[in-house]
Design a protein around this ligand. Sequence first.
Ligand code: ATP
Length: 252
Amino acid sequence: MKELLTIDDICVSYGNIKALQHVSMHVNEGDIVCLIGANGSGKSTLLKAIVGQEPLVGGCITFDGEEICRAKAEFVKGEKRGRHLTTDLIAAKGIALVPEGRRVFADMTVEENLDMGAFLVRDENIIAERKEAMYDFFPILGARRRQKTRSLSGGEQQMMAIARALMSGPRLILLDEPGLGLAPLVIADIFEKIDMINKQDKVTVFLVEQNARMALKASTEGYVMENGKIVLHDVSSALLENEQVRAAYLGE
Ligand code: ATP
């Protein structure tokens, strides 16, 4: 199986706070991999580091065999390694982030939001085709395409945020707590869509969630983060049975 994303011994700090400490993980092409952990354990920081929004103070990140981020201290002059791509370039390589809290443009319509997601796509025909595909896949967005996004429900806004990320035609989609603040039935709907995006559209998924049960059920492999460190890694079915996970994250 091909490793699409490789995170190798990365560290990220906010001043004195060591948000990520020597984190290593990998995501194989075609998989759904999840990262679970409590509030403040460093999950969002990891996603921001992958898309180049937080600089690394140690380690490096590779996507499809190409280094996309490396800590400045480890730059090697004259060698190709040591590159740190900008967020735009990382997006152009095929990584799309659906940020926590969805970050929709509330005063824009659904259609305008989807257009924003396609900012890297030059061909108008491809943009139009992708939008139609999104409206087919999320019919509620098709029905609301001319409405301001602020008038959508939380679940609809989450679907729009996912659709917006898919407009760039990514190979890897990073989802930051897609179930946050939503009712259980709506969460189930969204996870079903995530599974379809993975199985039908062959998009690899890296999912960050506080809702450990949903995330582990939806994924093939899982990682557990505590205080900026990976403390467990296994196939998700094994993590669901793991005593430590059951006590700390599944409320058992
Ligand atoms: P949540 O589920 O609440 O989003 P998380 O697991 O995603 O939590 P992060 O948001 O990555 O955790 O935060 C990790 C640590 O870094 C926390 O201690 C947090 O307070 C701190 N932190 C995050 N962002 C910043 C920032 N911009 N400046 C300073 N500290 C930060």
